[in-house]
Design a protein around this ligand. Structure first.
Ligand code: AP5
Length: 217
């Protein structure tokens, strides 16, 4: 199965991807995580991406499309879930071309819907594990021991682009450049609109129900 997960910053894409990976054995390909790894390793790509990410703008399409095409090459037969990519119509068109070369296509798009007013609270409370990538929230999804990862005990960190000013820029960028993708996918395939402003387990349940209906049809 090949899935695209759409949604504003903080909609819960990363949180729900973890569930999908364990349920369906899909490869989780997060463009944001790949970029953060490139930055931590001070690669050329990481250096080029830095200023865009820190200000809440999109990294140029050309860099992202090449980076994600390489990542998709390594996906297993079970498929993948794309988190944060595509983010512009141009990226989606190039993704379709890459998949068409292998006679593949996107099977489903999950669109996590959430109001902007909820986002800022979520983002400023987010903490993540720099070692394994697990995501927590200081109120909604607390680790068992304060500020320690449940899986490996590493100290949790706050992302630099989760400051209120940068979050506002990311939201503006999302509405202007990424939201049009919902219509792009609605014209050509299956889009599941899911209310992301609920308990994470309720969101997970609805995503699974929708995907099961797809698998069984
Ligand atoms: P990226 O890392 O992709 O960030 P994002 O899309 O802004 O998404 P986030 O990771 O911030 O949020 P999320 O939806 O995964 O939410 P999460 O599950 O963590 O991109 C970062 C930057 O990289 C971009 O700004 C851009 O510069 C660049 N970039 C990346 N991809 C690019 C591309 N394709 N093209 C160009 N540039 C690109 O949840 C958030 C918080 O809420 C957590 O604390 C979580 O515990 C909590 N939470 C989750 N679900 C719920 C719930 N249901 N109820 C209550 N709390 C919840």
């Amino acid at each position: 199965m090949r899935i695209v997960l759409l949604g504003a910053p903080g909609a819960g894409k990363g949180t729900q991807c973890k569930n999908l990976v364990s349920q369906y054995g899909l490869l989780h390909l997060s463009s944001g995580d790949i970029l953060r790894k490139e930055r931590s390793e001070s690669t050329e790509l990481g250096k080029k991406a830095q200023s865009y990410m820190d200000s809440g703008q999109l990294v140029p399409d050309q860099l992202i499309i090449e980076m994600m095409a390489k990542a998709i090459e390594k996906a297993p037969d079970e498929g993948f879930i794309l988190d944060g990519f595509p983010r512009t119509v141009n990226q989606a068109v190039e993704l379709d071309k890459t998949l068409a070369q292998k006679s593949q296509e996107i099977d489903a798009v999950i669109n996590l819907e959430i109001d902007d007013s909820v986002i800022t609270r979520r983002m400023t409370g987010r903490r993540s594990c720099p070692k394994c990538g697990a995501v927590y929230h200081v109120e909604n999804l607390k680790p068992k021991i304060e500020n320690k990862c449940d899986k490996d005990g590493t100290d949790l960190v706050q992302r630099p682009d989760d400051s209120p000013e940068v979050v506002l820029n990311r939201l503006e960028t999302y509405h202007r450049q990424t939201e049009p993708l919902v219509d792009y996918y609605k014209e050509s395939g299956t889009v599941f609109d899911i209310n992301g402003d609920r308990d994470p387990d309720e969101v997970k349940k609805e995503i699974f129900e929708n995907l099961e209906s797809l698998v069984n049809n």
